[in-house]
Ligand binder design. Structure first.
Ligand code: K1U
Ligand code: ZN
Length: 192
């Protein structure tokens, strides 16, 4: 997936890590809270979805890099297929990963607290505590079964994106007081 990377910084910086297909893929509008599709559970991808997934994944990468963000779930662009894309690597070393039907198969008892944001809840951030390490099973875009063990930002990002596929948002982990404050700030900002 790293071939065809656009080197160097500049106006096309968001294209880091994008192949030629992703470079030309249409950008998708990112849906903003309280859009109802963000609360829906996405359905598993079957072989019959192959064409749709081939179209969707490059557009999701293009949209994520353009935002910019470090992850994106299909719900956020209005698709209810179980697919997420992530890239938490530095710009100079793009590491895009597309995960089809991802499932967390192991979680550490140890937890870690990380500041999280969400492209569907723009400009609002909060600390979220989750398992520090996870093992995720998924299929790659070639249909090959893969497993990834993650810690740090990648672990938080994978959990955040898989939550999206289940209609769960990072604000759900906050106290009612913090959540309401954050969502009120969002509503105010969206009116402007
Ligand atoms: O799913 C999303 O809404 C994307 C979200 C993912 C995420 C961020 C932080 C912790 C866990 C999951 C984002 O990418 S928000 C934007 C962001 O974090 C970022 C943007 C530019 C550079 C670096 C980070
Ligand atoms: Zn999010």
């Amino acid at each position: 997936m790293q071939e065809g990377r656009v080197a160097g910084a500049g106006p096309a910086d968001y294209m880091r890590g994008m192949s030629e297909t992703e470079h030309s893929a249409p950008l998708l509008p990112i849906l903003i809270y309280p859009e109802p599709v963000l609360r829906k559970v996405a359905r598993p991808i079957t072989p019959a979805d192959a064409d749709e997934v081939r179209r969707l994944v490059p557009s999701m990468f293009a949209t994520m890099y353009r935002a910019p963000g470090i992850g994106l779930a299909a719900n956020q662009v209005g698709s209810l297929l179980r697919v997420i894309v992530v890239d938490v690597a530095p710009k100079e070393q793009p590491t895009p990963i597309a995960l089809i039907n991802p499932e967390i198969i192991a979680r550490s008892d140890e937890t870690a607290t990380q500041e999280e944001g969400c492209l569907s809840i723009p400009d609002q951030y909060a600390e979220v505590t989750r398992p520090a390490r996870v093992k995720v099973r998924y299929h790659d875009v070639a249909g090959i079964k893969q497993e990834i063990e993650a810690e740090g930002l990648l672990a938080a990002c994978l959990q955040h994106e898989i939550d999206h596929l289940n209609g769960v948002l990072f604000v759900d982990y906050l106290s009612a007081l913090k959540r309401n404050m954050l969502l009120r700030k969002l509503a105010k900002a969206q009116k402007r």
